[in-house]
Design a protein around this ligand. Structure first.
Ligand SMILES: Nc1ncnc2c1ncn2[C@@H]1O[C@H](COP(=O)(O)OP(=O)(O)OP(=O)(O)O)[C@@H](O)[C@H]1O
Length: 476
């Protein structure tokens, strides 16, 4: 659990106005942060950061000499691992998206509540620590942690978790072993399957097939092809998709729905590397790499031998890629919104409408069980319907309310309350009563300048009771 008063937590505040710097300092100190550096000259930011081992930066945008955006770009160029949180009075979405694209960790619009401020900081510290840990485990430095961007073009993300997925795909790019992609519906599995194909640099085709609707004969025919006369109506030889994908990748989507008989055929193909076209005795060599995907709990199904063969699961999952759902990478939502609105507008030959902050906030708080596909549906509909150049929260509300009702019905009518309480977002989990009492005592002491009589009065307890509590704290 992250402790904000840990001496390694070091915050750098950048703003040209001293009053703002002091206000942030006050907020941070009230949260227990001890190491705070203020910088009021944007030209001094890089030199300051070079002196601090693992800083988190709170950065204002409107500054003379060098703008916040320029400072952000310079930090991301020189120290990409440093989380930068933008704090600004500018609520326009284009600037927010621009900053997120430049690599900002978060974008907070003033006035900023203590809760928002606290959770942004906690999140930045956690992500910074995780990023460092992952890269050090891999033995690579921050600047080396870049991946071949061409293979991932069109996959809009700024999520560290997705960045980890990209790095994994790069690491397995030379392998011809099967890969299994697990993730919820609409989370981008097919896009990642294409990235696996593109990053491998092979010259063959990427061939996708949804196997969920195929009975066993159709599965064999589709994948392996047939010889003339193999069955009534087979009027000529037909190559299967495995042949089409030779030297490339065959993507088997919805693999969790494959019939038992077809699972046996696929297992044999994976084990022996050969297959037979329907009506033929001549074995053919499979020269396609197999990538499969499902939104089902294949691990559970295989473990319980229910609906999916365990041996097939192990064969398919030589390389295992797990795609995080959109609700676990909400930082992607603003970028996706901008991308999808532009895509929808281009399709309708319209100028892309802007998106109001209230609309964005509404989207940020939605659980998105249908992930990016669901987001895409709402935005394509909103772009088509919006007449006055702006997508407002009102335009989205109806669709989102409908989705909430469906989720609620699916969960047996229980209202979903996924939002964390303010204290949860500050502490990272729900606090115990004892922790709350400790927090109140610390705050009262800080507020009274360590005067125990005053602090006890603020807490509504006797001085003796406070003394006893402090003694207990010392002894523990
Ligand atoms: N990161 C992303 N950036 C841009 N578009 C995305 C992203 N992820 C998904 N999409 C878009 O969302 C839609 C759904 O993505 P995709 O088909 O890859 O999901 P899936 O996980 O394979 O879905 P399913 O489980 O239903 O097969 C597609 O239109 C895709 O282009």
């Amino acid at each position: 659990m992250l402790n904000l008063n840990d001496k390694n937590v070091h915050i750098v505040l950048v703003d040209d106005e001293q009053a703002e710097l002091d206000a942030y300092r006050f907020l941070l100190e009230s949260m227990g942060v001890r190491q705070i550096t203020q910088v009021n000259d944007s030209l001094q930011v890089l030199a300051t950061l070079e002196q601090i081992p693992s800083p988190v930066v709170f950065l204002d945008l409107n500054m003379p000499r060098m703008s916040g955006q320029e400072v952000l770009a310079a930090i991301k160029e020189k120290m990409p691992q440093v989380p930068v949180i933008i704090c600004t009075a500018n609520s326009d979405i284009e600037t927010a998206v621009e900053c997120l694209k430049l690599g900002a960790h978060d974008y907070l619009v003033k006035p900023i509540s203590l809760n928002t401020f606290g959770s942004a900081l906690r999140n930045a510290l956690e992500i910074g620590a995780l990023r460092k840990e992952v890269l050090s485990l891999k033995g690579i430095s921050f600047s080396e942690g870049r991946y071949n961007s061409a293979a991932f073009e069109g996959i809009i993300t700024r999520s560290p978790a997705m960045e980890g997925v990209f790095q994994y795909i790069e690491a397995i790019s030379r392998s011809r072993q099967p890969a299994l992609i697990l993730g919820e519906t609409g989370s981008g599995k097919e896009q990642l399957a294409r990235a696996v194909h593109l990053s491998s640099g092979v010259s063959g085709e990427f061939v996708a097939v949804d196997v969920s609707g195929l009975d066993d004969t159709l599965f064999a025919d589709t994948l392996f092809g047939h010889r003339k006369g193999a069955f009534t109506g087979a009027s000529g030889d037909r190559p299967g998709l495995i042949e089409k994908a030779a030297g490339g990748t065959i993507f088997l989507d919805e693999i969790g729905d494959l019939s038992e008989a077809s699972q046996v055929k696929l297992l044999r193909l994976l084990q022996e590397g050969i297959y037979y076209s329907l009506g033929s005795d001549a074995p053919k060599q499979c020269r396609a790499r197999i990538v499969a995907a499902t939104n089902l709990d294949l691990v559970g199904m295989a473990a319980q031998q229910q609906g999916f063969r365990r041996d097939l699961y192990y064969r398919l999952s030589t390389h295992l890629i797990k795609v995080p759902p959109l609700r676990e990478r909400r930082e992607d939502i603003p970028l996706l919104v901008q991308h999808l609105v532009a895509e929808a507008a281009a399709g309708l030959q319209k100028t892309p409408p802007s998106v109001s902050i209230a609309a964005l906030e509404l989207l940020m708080s939605h659980p998105f069980p249908g992930n990016i596909r669901e987001l895409k549906t709402y935005l394509f509909d909103a772009v088509a319907r919006c007449g006055d150049g702006q997508i407002t929260d009102l335009l989205l509300q109806e669709r989102l309310a409908g989705a909430h009702a469906e989720i609620s019905a699916a969960s047996g009518g229980q209202a979903i309350n996924a939002a964390a309480s303010p204290l949860e977002s500050l502490l990272g989990r729900f606090p115990s009563l004892e922790e709350l009492a400790e927090f109140a005592v610390s705050q009262a002491l800080a507020k009274s300048g360590n005067n125990q009589s005053q602090a006890a009065r603020l807490l509504g307890i006797s001085k003796q009771a406070l003394h006893k509590r402090l003694k207990k704290r010392e002894d523990s």
